[in-house]
Design a protein around this ligand. Structure first.
Ligand SMILES: [Zn+2]
Ligand SMILES: [Zn+2]
Length: 207
C-alpha cells in the first residue's frame, strides 16, 4: 500500500510503501507521548525504507532520544532517528540505521486513508502518564513493556499481510479469528528483524 504523508505546515511531504499499514500499535512511552502523542500515545506503521520519497527534506530535523538508566543514571543516546519537520514540529517517521530496510511513519502524519485495525496493541503501559486511561476494546492486547510480536507478526496473525485491505476485512470477520489469534501468541518469533528493530526503539523508551 502506497502511503502519502506530510507535516502540518506542508514543508515536508513524503510517500512510502507499507506492507503493514494498519495503525494498531499504540505506544505509551514517554518519548512517543512527548514527541508524537498528545493523546498519551503514538502509533508507528511499518514501511519499506528504500521506497521512501521526500519533498522538502531540507526542512527535516532529527531527534535521537537521550535515555537515562533509572538505576545507574547513565545516559545513552538512542540509535533511532526520529524525523520531524523543523518548521512546524510534526513528527513524521522513525528510522534506525541499524535496520536500514525499515522505516516507521507515524500514523498521525499519513494523509492516505488507513485501514481500521480489528484490534489494537497497547504497549509500554507501565510508562504511561497518570492521566491516560487506555481505551481497551474487545480483542485488544495490553503490554506493560514490549509486545512479543512485531508489526509483521501482527498482520500475519490477523490474516492481514499483503496490501489489499478489502480482502483483509473479509478475513477479519471469520468466526475463528480470535481463537486462532490467541492460540498462536505463544509461538511468535521474537527474533524477526522487525521485532528487533521495534524493540531497539522501544528499549530506548522505557521511562
Ligand atoms: Zn512542517
Ligand atoms: Zn514509544
Amino acid at each position: 500500500m502506497r502511503l502519502e504523508g506530510s507535516c502540518h505546515c506542508g514543508a515536508v511531504r513524503f510517500s512510502v510503501n507499507a506492507r503493514y499499514p494498519y495503525p494498531f500499535n499504540l505506544c505509551y512511552c514517554s518519548i512517543c507521548r512527548k514527541t508524537a502523542g498528545g493523546g498519551g500515545f503514538a502509533i508507528n506503521l511499518g514501511a519499506e525504507a528504500a521506497s521512501l520519497r521526500v519533498e522538502g527534506a531540507e526542512h527535516l530535523r532529527v531527534y535521537r532520544a537521550r535515555i537515562t538508566d533509572p538505576e545507574t543514571g547513565a545516559v545513552t543516546v538512542s540509535t533511532g532517528e526520529r524525523n520531524f519537520c523543523g518548521e512546524c514540529g510534526s513528527a513524521l517517521w522513525l528510522h534506525d540505521p541499524a535496520w536500514p530496510d525499515l522505516v516507521h511513519p507515524h500514523a498521525s502524519a499519513i494523509d492516505t486513508p488507513l485501514p481500521v485495525p480489528p484490534e489494537r496493541t497497547h504497549m509500554m503501559l507501565a510508562s504511561r502518564a497518570s492521566w491516560v486511561e487506555p481505551c481497551i476494546g474487545p480483542g485488544d492486547r495490553e503490554h506493560d513493556g514490549y509486545p512479543e510480536e512485531s508489526l509483521a507478526d501482527w498482520h500475519r496473525g490477523s490474516g492481514l499481510s499483503g496490501d489489499q485491505p478489502s480482502s483483509r476485512s473479509r478475513k477479519v470477520m471469520a468466526p475463528d479469528f480470535w481463537r486462532s489469534r490467541m492460540s498462536r501468541v505463544s509461538s511468535i518469533c521474537a527474533a524477526s528483524p522487525s521485532f528487533r528493530l521495534m524493540s531497539s526503539i522501544w528499549e530506548s523508551s522505557s521511562t
